[in-house]
Design a binder for this molecule. Structure first.
Ligand code: LLP
Length: 428
């Protein structure tokens, strides 16, 4: 369910016509819907009604401060993977105690910063990290609340690049090594062992992999409790998939029911780290047609957004629906076209073989389901300014990240002192 719909033949985000935003901020831009974000958050949290649970929104999915704050106002905590994300969550108003610090490569300086802020839980992924955290915390006279992230060796049946729970992946700690590392953690100063964590991947569209992974986690916790560890927090990660097109992922209610069934006997406080399921279908990328180009066997629609603005199609072969911003008046003859950007490589294809009504230059298109892992993964490749982001709320909208200007883009680089002379002004 989302709040993007046609009204008077124009695609709207809630009460705002996307065309009016395009006129105000130019294209391309990401557009997020507050009502959709709030709806998805409520549906997800309601699936755990009556369960002692914390919802730590995975900031990596969309770290715009306005998005994080929208969720923080509903009571969300945050799952972060860098000091930068921690600062974003704090700036958005998430309480430090509601932040979980995940990630396989937290640098000592990042751990120190998180300790100083009083971050609620560190998900530790290796012995080396455990020892580093212990000495930093002990040195600062603090105690870090830790969970070890376990690797269940489960295939999440998703794209290989976003699978994280197989033994060959860099993530987590396998069994039985984890058992020894828990014993080690209990001996080390500066640490309080509070939980166990898991995250097997993203865009998971079946319950089976979750069932296998959570079953593994429950058995591991029983064994760890038997070893004398007071495991009271169970962090189940994120990963629940969304419909981009034909997919029929389990609903949050089905996912919640599975979680309850498997974890209830432990009596643990749950931590959930949803990202995509909250924001994925709450965002669009709006782009403008620059040129149409027909070759012998393809029809290209060249638009003003590109793989630098939206990496998912190039990186994961992701298929996103593309719809015209002006609703076609009668059922038109749909023609399969390739939506491509201006970037100088063939991977710059945003959508392939999409059936669209006849288009002309300056038409606006919306790439759907772009709220998660869209703007956050954007770059300035090919000298393209960082894309703009807009948040809609009812009949209002606000630019929540202005488009980078060319002056700002140029100002990011520095010339070293031996390159100060301008070659255009004549070499010696
Ligand atoms: N927790 C941890 C520890 C994670 O690594 C992730 C995502 C999440 C939670 C949130 O997962 P979600 O609920 O969003 O599936 N860029 C890729 C997705 C990478 C996901 C990385 N980790 C994409 O565009 O598909």
């Amino acid at each position: 369910m989302d709040h993007f719909h046609y009204q008077n033949s124009e695609l709207h985000a809630e009460g705002v016509a996307l065309r009016s935003i395009a006129e105000a901020v130019d294209t391309p831009f990401y557009c997020y819907s507050t009502a959709t974000i709030e709806h998805h958050y409520r549906v997800f949290t309601e699936a755990f009604d009556g369960v002692e649970a914390e919802f730590c929104y995975a900031v990596k999915a969309n770290s715009n401060l306005a998005v994080i704050r929208t969720l923080a106002q509903l009571g969300a905590g945050a799952d972060v993977v860098s000091e930068g994300e921690m600062r974003q969550a704090l700036a958005a108003g998430v309480a430090p105690g509601r932040i979980v610090f995940s990630g396989v490569g937290k640098k000592p300086a990042e751990l120190s910063a998180a300790l100083a802020e009083g971050i609620g839980q560190f998900n530790v992924e290796s012995t080396a990290e455990l020892e580093t955290l212990s000495s930093l915390a002990a040195g600062a006279g603090l105690r870090a609340r830790i969970a070890l992230r376990l690797n269940p060796d489960v295939d999440a049946a998703t794209h290989a690049k976003i699978t994280t729970g197989k033994a060959e992946n860099k993530f987590g700690i396998g069994w039985p090594q984890a058992r020894d590392i828990y014993d080690r953690a209990a001996q080390l100063p500066g640490l309080e062992v509070v939980g166990a964590a898991i995250h097997i991947g993203s865009q998971i569209t079946e319950l089976g992999p979750f069932e296998e992974a959570f079953g593994f986690l429950v058995a591991a916790v029983e064994a760890l409790r038997g070893d004398g560890h007071d495991i009271r927090r169970l962090d189940l990660g994120g990963g629940l998939g969304i419909p981009y097109g034909q997919e029929e992922p389990p609903s949050p209610a089905q996912y919640g029911a599975l979680v309850r069934r498997l974890t209830a006997p432990l009596g643990c406080r749950l931590v959930l780290e949803p990202g995509r399921v909250i924001v994925g279908n709450a965002g669009l990328l709006v782009t403008r047609v620059i040129y149409l180009k027909e070759t012998t066997n393809r029809c290209f629609v060249i638009v003003d957004s590109a793989m630098n603005d939206f990496m998912r199609p190039s990186l994961y072969d992701a298929r996103h629906q593309v719809v015209p911003v002006r609703e076609p008046r009668e059922i038109p003859a749909l023609q399969p076209v390739d939506i491509v950007g201006p970037i100088c490589e063939s991977s710059d294809t945003l959508a392939r073989d999409v059936p669209l009504p006849p288009l002309v230059t300056d038409d606006l298109l919306a790439i759907r389901s772009a709220g998660a892992y869209g703007a956050v993964m954007a770059s300035t490749y090919n000298g393209r300014p960082q894309v703009a982001e807009v948040l809609v709320n009812g009949n209002r909208f606000a630019v929540v990240r202005p488009r980078q200007t060319l002056a700002e883009l140029l100002a990011t680089d520095r010339l070293p002192d031996w390159l100060q002379a301008d070659p255009a002004k004549g070499a010696a």
